[in-house]
Structures are given as C-alpha cells and as structure tokens.
Design a protein around this ligand. Structure first.
Ligand SMILES: O=c1ccn([C@@H]2O[C@H](COP(=O)(O)OP(=O)(O)O[C@H]3O[C@H](CO)[C@@H](O)[C@H](O)[C@H]3O)[C@@H](O)[C@H]2O)c(=O)[nH]1
Length: 442
C-alpha cells in the first residue's frame, strides 16, 4: 500500500481556502501526497498576493476554470457556485486521470472538499475514490445544518430556514441552548437555503466530516453524527492562500508598541460595512486614544461602496492596512484585544493567540460564534447596536475599556489557548484523529 494522496478542493473564498490549505500543509508535513485544486482565477490571485515557502512546495498546485469570464464579479458567491457546478464536474475526471497517470505509484486515494464543493465527492464516488469534508465553520454550525430536516419537522424553522418564532432550542440534549435567531444560515435567501439542504445530502458521500475545532471547544456538537472528526486547531502558516498582499510593515510598527496595548480590528474577507458605520468606527478609533491596526480591505467588487473617512478623523495612533498578516498580529506581545466579526477562522486564530474578543458579528454563523465566545467560553464581550442600528463610538470605547481591565476574561483566554493547542501536540486528541484519518485514507 502506498502513501495516501489527497486531492483538495476548496470553495474559492478566503475563509475556505485558508483552512484547507493549512490542512494540506499539515498532511504534506506528515508525508502524504497532496494536490490542491484552485480555480484558475484564485490561483492567479493567490500567486500575485503571496510568495513561495518551502513547506508549501510539497503541495502540488493544479487549476480548473470556474466557468466565469476573468472580468466577472466573483463576490456574488451564488453566481460563482452555479457556474462552478455547471463547469467543473465534467472537467474533474480528466484532471484526476492525468494526475494519476503522472504518478501511477501514488494515485489519488481521497478527495477533500469544503462546504459547497460536494459535487467533487459525487465525481470521486463514481470513480471509486473515497471522500471527506473539511468544514471551515464550527462543528456546531455543521451540526445545525445537519439537523435542518428535524428542525423543519419540529416546526422550529419553516421550509426557507426562517425561525417560526424566537426561542431557545437545543440541537441535542447535551448541547448548549441556542437562540433560533443565531442559526448559521441567518441571512441566506430561499435559493441559498435550498442549496444548503441539498448540499448536506451530497456531503453524506464524505465518510468523515473533519472539523477545524476540538472536542473541548464544542464537546456536544460531535454527538450529532458519527462522521464528525475534530482535527483542529489548524495552525500551519501559509502565504500561498492569501488573496490580498499582506502589509508586513505593520509588524515592525507593532514591535515599537508597548506590551498589550494594540487594538486589532478586522472583519474577515467578505463583510462590507455600511458607510455611516464605517465613519463611526473611524471616530471610535480616535476616541480610544490607543494604538490600533485596522484592516480596511480594498472592495471585492466595483459595485461596493468605497469607504470614505470622516473629515475629522486623525487615525494618528494607528495603522490602517489593506490586508494584515493576521495570525502574526494576534500572536504579537503588543496586542491587547481583537475587534472581530467572529468568522470561524478568526475565532480560532484569536483563541490560539489567547486574545480577548470584542464581538461584532455581521452575518451567518458569526452570531453563533459570538455566543460561544461571550456566553460559553466567556473570553469576550459583544458590541451592541443603538436604536439607529449603529454600533456607536461611545459603545466601542466603553467596551474596549471594560475588556482591557477584565482580568477574568484575560485569564480564561489564556487557559482556553493552552487547552486548545494541547489538542495538536503529540498524543493530543486532534493529533490522534489526524493519524487515524491518514491511515483510513491509504
Ligand atoms: O487582514 C486580514 C484579514 C483576514 N485574514 C485571514 O482571512 C481569514 C478570514 O476567515 P474568517 O475569519 O473565517 O472570515 P471570513 O473571511 O468572513 O469567512 C467566511 O467563512 C467562514 C468559515 O466558513 C465563516 O465562519 C464566516 O462567517 C464567513 O464569512 C482568516 O484566516 C484570517 O486570518 C488575513 O489573513 N488578513
């Protein structure tokens, strides 16, 4: 029997490409062969933004077209998905045959996808290749999606995924109570929700649903399905997966700041902020009178609002960057706290850095992640909107000041970091699960 050879296909958005690339690097580090499938568009984008590193050289890169024209808007994920699903399934078998023909000793033994790429598991299944999902969101989010048919049957949500009333539910008897307003498909339209239901069926072709999490973080979520296998936290460094060029100069600036002084503000790769809210946040950062790093991404799409700073904004205490080396910033001794939209990757990265959170969820699973951060792990506080639907500068100042003197939250953040990272040390649970998975995939 040869070594396992994984073919990895992420949905081409940053929050999916990052964890699957990190998982690919981890598998390669353990001696597996890994071929990573970017769309042609993402490959070009990631190569333009990032550079090579030795570890990543072990992961073979190949591409497939996504079916859209180069100039088409890919921030419309629904449109991208439709195009990919009508183009890529017909091209994948040939790609697999070519890869296998180039190394007959080490043919592809397993396909790994992120959510929305289940079609590749169907292709693999027809060709007799095993499959697995790597879930880029929390195990609780995945467990909720797996429970959709029951939630509909029990009248908790309607056929479009909308809660029939606001209430607290438990997905299983040992799981924390969950507000139905926080179900992770919050904000999905009818078509996207139907797609999710269909996708959950397709993903059953995956023998394992690998989760970038640990048993300790979400102990009860794993009881929902025997397919769940936590292998996180993924902590490999990858500069090949970034879609934007990282501003590394801010690390030198960080070196010059006092310990535990800097507020880091980032809303991930997709969120678009309302122009008034953007201005209010800018003025809040002035009001804080503390050093800060604020990620203001160039827009994904020409139709998005171009952010304008208020005329009375100074920003003199901080750095505004287009794209940050986020993990390095979070782990820097000058960092004090993380104002985050609570995307799952950012949540885990903050946990692994032991950094307290100020939670500002915007959509989908981020509300659920926020409730874990604030109510379950108690390592952060939430920012509340006022009656005009704005998080005011006064609220931001009050909560930052409150968070930074809260020794209990600080203590819990450091403890959670240690407990989480222990999972990937030798003999840790995630590390054992990874070994089990690699054996299975041979
Ligand atoms: O300046 C930046 C900002 C972000 N990142 C990285 O980009 C990733 C962002 O991922 P995440 O925090 O999960 O946010 P999104 O990009 O918004 O991710 C989408 O995908 C996630 C996983 O499914 C979901 O949890 C989110 O709600 C969804 O918006 C993380 O690895 C960050 O380290 C950087 O490297 N530099």
């Amino acid at each position: 029997m040869g070594i396992p050879h994984f073919l990895c296909l992420p949905l081409p958005i940053q929050g999916h490409v990052n964890p699957l690339m990190q998982f690919s690097l981890l598998l390669a580090k353990h001696g597996c062969k890994v071929t990573f499938v970017h769309t042609e568009f993402s490959h070009k984008r990631a190569n333009t933004a990032g550079g090579d590193n030795m570890e990543e050289a072990k992961v073979e890169m190949v591409t497939l077209p996504d079916g859209l024209d180069p100039q088409d808007d890919r921030s419309d994920v629904a449109k991208l998905l439709v195009s990919m699903k009508s183009t890529m399934p017909a091209l994948l078998p040939k790609l697999i045959q070519d890869i296998n023909a180039s190394d007959v000793e080490n043919k592809i033994t397993c396909i790994i996808v992120t959510i929305n790429m289940g079609w590749a598991l169907e292709v693999g299944n027809k060709m007799g290749i095993k499959g697995a999902l790597l879930c880029p969101a929390s195990a609780t989010s995945l467990a909720s999606a797996a429970c959709i048919p029951n939630l509909i049957e029990d009248g908790i949500i309607d056929s479009q995924g909308l809660p029939t009333k606001n209430q607290e539910i438990q997905l299983s008897s040992n799981m924390p109570m969950m507000d139905t307003a926080y179900l992770p498909w919050r904000g999905f339209n009818k078509i996207f929700f139907e797609h999710l239901m269909q996708e959950m069926q397709t993903l059953k072709l995956g023998e394992w649903w690998l989760c970038n999490t640990t048993y300790d973080l979400e102990p009860a979520a794993f009881s929902i399905s025997p397919k769940f296998l936590p292998i996180g936290p993924l902590m490999e460094n990858s500069n090949r997966s970034s879609f934007w060029e990282e501003d590394r100069a801010c690390l030198e600036w960080l070196d010059e700041q006092p310990p535990h002084s800097v507020v880091y503000v980032s809303f991930g790769s997709l969120a678009v902020m309302d122009p008034n809210q953007f201005k209010e946040l800018a003025l809040a950062l002035d009001l804080l009178q503390r050093p800060f790093i604020w990620v203001v991404r160039a827009s994904n799409d020409k139709k998005e609002n171009v952010n304008t700073y208020p005329h009375d904004f100074h920003g003199s205490k901080g750095k505004i960057v287009g794209w940050a080396p986020q993990k390095k910033i979070l782990n820097h001794p000058s960092l004090a706290c993380f104002i985050s939209h609570c995307g799952w990757n950012s949540t885990l990265e903050g946990i692994c850095a032991g950094v307290p959170f100020l939670c500002w969820p915007c959509t989908t699973d981020q509300f659920l992640n926020k409730s874990y951060i604030c109510d379950v792990w108690k390592i952060g506080v939430g920012l509340e909107k006022n009656e005009s639907g704005i998080v005011s500068r006064g609220e931001i100042k009050k909560k930052v000041d409150q968070l930074l003197v809260d020794e209990d939250i600080k203590g819990r953040s450091l403890k959670l970091k240690e407990m989480t990272i222990n999972n990937i040390q030798e003999g840790g649970q995630s590390s054992k699960n990874l070994n089990f998975f690699m054996d299975w995939a041979k």
